[in-house]
Design a binder for this molecule. Structure first.
Ligand SMILES: *Cc1c(COP(=O)(O)O)cnc(C)c1O
Length: 424
């Protein structure tokens, strides 16, 4: 079981909505810090452990600054994400560029920041060498795609069908070539799952990388300096699901490390690129129920839409919903909870048992959508002329800080020369 709580009362939301009209995201700073500290504590069995938070999960520099102050770095996959990490105070090797099909300007920016460059393909060895003024950096990491050696999972698919990474053979050749070209320090990375809740799956990924690092040392003499286990650790979106415990994960990995790596004499640092389990459970999308509709089904319509949170529409993902003030009310109704996009999959919940919900533009019930702190606002879009909502931070001292305002119509038109349109 996972507990689905929300840190604000209905009365507090009413007050908040006077300044910040719904919909908006809320993140809980104290909870994010507690979780970050739990991760660090669990992984302290590995000297030099580093979590590079996957910026794509929650690309807000205020959040990144909080994580930086807890000792986390960043995993970036684009130029703006590198800039976000930089403005959040993350320095040099705290930043990792794990991108794919990467344009030269991203490698150049990563190099300028002193970030770790993680290559996605064998051909990128020469590409990076040519793209960077000083040639290849001293430290290079390679992304491994284990192909049929590793089972897939629903969101990311089977590794052998995934576009990412080097094959096993390419990896051995790749490290040898990198060494020939003067590279001195090496990392090994993989990312094979998404939202995977099985502890064993993640331990097996650890085993795969540990064995590979030892094999690389034995066959090529190259000593890998760190393995990055990637992200893909799931969170319990459904109340009946259970989170993977940080302690079980870290101690399970340590056991494998002692068994496989320690006897080889190799000294491997452990790095991770978790996004979802770092902030996911500590962010909520808050909307108001503005309409109800009674046709073949009962509908509750929100002032938010899939433009604010796409996961239910995109993956059919479950997000728990609660109604502040009605936490203990009986679940007497069966609703489809929907947004206003002209797409029938714009549904936050389908045939969901909920308490009776009151709807009205200004006084309707608040509808809280849980576990929206990762891959939530970040996946927002403007299709159908929808304006993306803002983000609020519940500070550790109980105050609220707006960390991103809601988009306006002016933002929507900002990339078009409107005077040009008049003259056209
Ligand atoms: C998306 C991604 C992550 C983070 O995944 P989560 O599921 O949010 O933990 C980490 N590394 C890479 C390469 C990714 O693409």
């Amino acid at each position: 079981m996972s507990v689905k709580s929300f840190p604000l009362t209905r009365a507090q939301l009413e007050e908040l909505a006077k300044t910040y009209p719904t919909p908006f995201y809320v993140y809980d700073e104290a909870a994010i810090r507690r979780n970050a500290q739990a991760i660090k504590k669990a992984f302290s069995v590995f000297p030099g452990y580093k979590e590079h938070f996957a910026v794509k999960a929650l690309p807000n520099p205020y959040i990144l600054k909080i994580l930086e102050s807890e000792g986390f770095g960043a995993d970036c996959s684009s130029l703006p994400e590198l800039l976000l990490a930089d403005m959040s105070g993350m320095k040099t090797e705290a930043i990792m560029l794990t991108s794919n099909e990467t344009p030269a300007k991203e490698y150049i920016k990563a190099r300028e920041l002193g970030a770790i460059i993680n290559l996605d393909d064998f051909t990128h060895i020469e590409y990076v060498e040519k793209s960077l003024a000083g040639g290849l950096p001293e430290l290079v990491s390679c992304r491994y795609n284990p192909g049929p050696l590793k089972e897939g999972n629903a969101i990311i698919g089977k590794p052998e069908e995934a576009k990412y990474g080097f094959t096993r053979e390419q990896l051995f050749d790749g490290y040898k070539l990198l060494k020939q070209k003067g590279v001195k320090r090496f990392g090994l990375h993989t990312m094979v799952a998404s939202n995977e809740l099985s502890l064993d799956y993640h331990l097996e990924t650890g085993r795969l990388l540990f064995e590979l690092a030892v094999e690389i040392k034995n066959k090529t003499g190259i000593g890998i300096e760190f393995v990055n286990l990637g992200g893909g650790l799931g969170i319990p979106y459904k109340p009946e699901q259970e989170a993977v415990s940080w302690d079980s994960l870290a101690s399970g990995l340590k056991k494998l490390y002692d068994e496989i790596v320690a006897p080889s004499g190799l000294k491997l640092e452990i790095h991770t690129e978790y996004g979802r389990p770092v902030t996911g459970p500590y962010g909520w999308l808050v909307a108001r129920a503005i309409h109800s509709k009674h046709i073949y089904r009962e509908y509750i319509a929100l002032d938010a839409s899939m433009a604010d949170l796409m996961r239910p529409a995109l993956y059919g993902a479950y997000h728990h919903i609660t109604i502040p003030g009605k936490e203990n009310a009986p679940l007497t109704e069966t609703y489809d909870v929907v947004g206003s996009l002209c797409e029938n999959n714009d549904k936050f919940a389908v045939q969901r048992k909920l308490p009776k919900i009151c709807t009205s533009e200004n006084t309707g019930d608040f509808v809280v959508i849980h576990d929206a702190g990762a891959h939530g606002r970040a996946m927002g879009f403007n299709y159908n002329g929808k304006l993306r909502c803002g983000e609020l931070l519940l500070r550790s001292d109980g105050t609220i800080k707006q960390i991103r305002r809601a988009e306006t119509v002016e933002d929507y038109f900002a990339t078009i020369d409107l005077n040009g349109v008049k003259e056209f």
